[in-house]
Design a protein around this ligand. Sequence first.
Ligand code: SF4
Length: 261
Amino acid sequence: MELRTIADLEKVQDVTPFHRNLLGVVEDLKEFLRWKNANQDWKFQFGIEIGGHRASNVFHPSSAGKACDLAVQLERTGAEQTAEDWDSVITFDTGHLWHKWVQACLTEMYGQDFQYEVRIRNDSPPVAGSADGVITLSDLRAVIEIKTAKDGDGPKNFAAARNGPFDEHVRQVTPYMSRLDVPLALFLYFNKNEPGIIAHVITYDERVWQAIVDRWNKIDALIAKGQEAEHKSSFLCKWCSYRGVCKYSGDKSNATKVRRI
Ligand code: SF4
């Protein structure tokens, strides 16, 4: 029995099995997202690159925002990462798509004066990553950092972003400002629930950069001594790429190991 046309409805007595089959697409999609995340260096591509190569055995600017020293140490030592479960993948890929949309708009608006995914690669301290963008106007250069936030009660909800960029985001963007020699950063917080943008500008602060470098040096010294950095387990462990290898992470039921190249 088939249900390919409206006329077929007259021949089908019970549509329930067809509904069930169709809903199977959702389960297949979840499986596909898990597989894609675990097996491909490049994440989703809808004609555009999303995510991409991530250098290993270095500090990544995003780690400057992490609260857990152990997670930063595991990143630095190239520990095996855990594939995100499908709902995390959807969250991350939605965020990546948002980035691409804003980057595409800014490219159309500013042409050569806006560069996106601007790479940094530095040996001392060993840090590598890509800034969302760098914009050059007639009298200034600024890093552009794109963020998404939701309405709700969480500590990083959209309304909370009105008070200024979150500290961890300032720490994330500072390595780009330092290594690219850019004195300003523009944060764009987009509301995922409804149209809305909150913008903040910050000025480079050498003290923030030094605090980041000091922390990384401390973690490198621990690695040299074969000692484990302090861990800070929290609800954030659910999102930690190293929960598969971390003995403090609690639930590992979704921790499929993946080695990103
Ligand atoms: S799982 Fe939690 S405690 Fe372990 S490294 Fe990650 S954030 Fe730290």
